[in-house]
Write a protein that binds this ligand. Structure first.
Ligand SMILES: Nc1ncnc2c1ncn2[C@@H]1O[C@H](COP(=O)(O)OP(=O)(O)OP(=O)(O)O)[C@@H](O)[C@H]1O
Ligand SMILES: O=P(O)(O)OC[C@H]1O[C@H](OP(=O)(O)OP(=O)(O)O)[C@H](O)[C@@H]1O
Length: 246
């Protein structure tokens, strides 16, 4: 393999699309998409009928607004599509933003959906391990967030060795792949069901509206208009929630 084949491009090395083409809004598949659907609707963004067709293999969809197309990507990839300028706008969990820490991304709005936390957990029967990981010659941590994990432990003077998994992290300490895990926790039921306990919250997480900074500079009116549609949609759903409580 040539050396070039191994080069990983940084977002700043890619071009920004023409101003007359539709803006691309990157939406994550899965749980955030479900939570974001009412907000999109309030913001007046309605993807074409194929978007809800589970059999469709399309990944890019026109919307009712000729200025906006949506693409459906993995939640972990939304930030990368936006950082590289392939999409100008996106909806993305703060966990993913923290992990990649792309300087090209600006996150103007907290959408208040996808609430959870990124935490350290350990087997219930090994209490105290996270409080005193120096007891171990080498702390092994299983996670799909290697950067967040490395930063967290390094800030405490601990050189954690990372076991990089993409799911089912809770199995890692049980099957001796790692001592600890760093994963998302919401209700805590996945931890409990697998004999683990949360020992430390690294950060609270919600989903954000994100934009590519260069696109915001080169097309400020178009991008700001979309940010404002989301801002108005958020205000109207907050007002509705208040009315329902009253
Ligand atoms: N248990 C949870 N409760 C609330 N929000 C969560 C929870 N788990 C994850 N999230 C949020 O939803 C985002 C996507 O979740 P997750 O990584 O589980 O992907 P997914 O919906 O299963 O899709 P994918 O197949 O792309 O991984 C996370 O980045 C996080 O911001
Ligand atoms: O505290 P809880 O309410 O149990 O939620 C936490 C679980 O949710 C997420 O997994 P998800 O359901 O998305 O599965 P996956 O990441 O393994 O696909 C996360 O990775 C935890 O396993």
């Amino acid at each position: 393999m040539s050396e070039n084949a191994l080069t990983v491009l940084s977002p700043a090395q890619t071009a920004v699309p023409e101003t007359d083409s539709p803006l691309i809004l990157a939406l994550p598949k899965g749980r955030i998409l479900k939570a974001a659907a009412p907000l999109l609707h309030r913001a007046g963004i309605v993807p074409g009928p194929d978007f809800n067709d589970e059999k469709s293999r399309l990944l890019r969809f026109e919307t009712n607004d000729p200025n906006i197309d949506v693409v459906r990507v993995r939640s972990f990839d939304v930030a990368t599509f936006v950082a590289f300028g392939g999409a100008q706008i996106g909806i993305c969990g703060a966990d993913v933003l923290m992990e990649f820490d792309y300087p090209e991304i600006y996150a103007p709005l907290d959408l208040g959906i996808g609430g959870c936390r990124i935490s350290i957990a350990q087997p219930r029967d090994r209490s105290g391990l996270e409080d005193n990981p120096n007891r171990l010659s080498q702390v092994r941590v299983a996670t799909k967030y290697p950067s967040i994990t490395r930063r967290h432990f390094a800030a405490r003077g601990i050189n954690a060795s990372i076991v990089h998994l993409h799911g089912a992290m809770e199995l890692a300490p049980v099957l001796d792949l790692s001592h600890l895990i760093v994963d998302l926790v919401d209700t805590g039921s996945t931890l409990r069901a697998n004999g683990l306990e949360e020992t430390h919250t690294i950060a609270h997480v919600t989903s954000r509206l994100i934009v590519n900074r260069t696109a915001l500079k080169t097309q400020p009116e178009r991008i700001s208009a979309i940010i404002n549609r989301f801002r108005t949609a958020l205000a109207s759903s907050a007002a509705q929630a208040r009315d329902q409580q009253a």
